[in-house]
Write a new protein. Sequence first.
Length: 276
Amino acid sequence: MDELSCNKNLLSKPIVEKYYSELTKVIQDNKPILSIILVGSRQDSLIYVNIKKKRCQELGIICNIYNYDNDVLDIAIIDKINELNNDINVNGIMVQLPIPKNLDKNKIISIIDPKKDVDGLHPYNLGKIMNNEEPYFYPCTPLACIKLLEYYNIKIQGQHIVFVGTGMVNLPLSIMLLHKKCSLTLCNEYTEDIKSKTNLADILIVGCGQSKLIKKDWIKDNVIIIDIGIHKNDDKLNGDVDYTDVIDKVKYITPVPGGIGPLTVCMLLNNLVKSI
């Protein structure tokens, strides 16, 4: 691909443009409705929700956002989800993660109708992925990572892939990658001597929620980095990887912005259109 011959950036733009071209044709005759539940005012969540809303407006998708304060009770969100489940006009429902720890994330997500779970995180859909079967929907960020690696013809089979971070992205993505016959190491905040693990990675995937955590001494030469994180510092967006520090050492890297984020939103809207 020309993008790789020019520089080290794994850009999602050419993939996104191809998908949106196809989605626009479908949406012309049937405008779907996406319902997003947003709890609190986390900076990264607000960034993603605003990107989703903007993309929906550009494509002619109806996007309804339901805002709740941090101290909201589970029952209020569950009641709203049940209402949306029963609304035949609503095609997709998603809860913007992460949500406050006082809420039961698993219980809330399990209430969503699996056929409207366009974020792909319902236990039914995750169970299908675990068994290497087709779910109603694949989780958006894991699917974005896979699509990007495939688009740039980056080998997965036999590669040592290391994750840094925890949460509902890494688990389904790790399963999806294991089905593609890679070797896998998962790291979290309790991993001892984490740099010794990341320095073994052929492909390093980072979604830890810490701005610019990964420096050049965390990686080996010619590693491929997928940066899932997004943060806003001094009105500039950056990821969990210190891009400037590592760029001379990597083979390829997803920039922030311009990498996984736009493709994640694209996969969400592709799931939504599939639900029509």
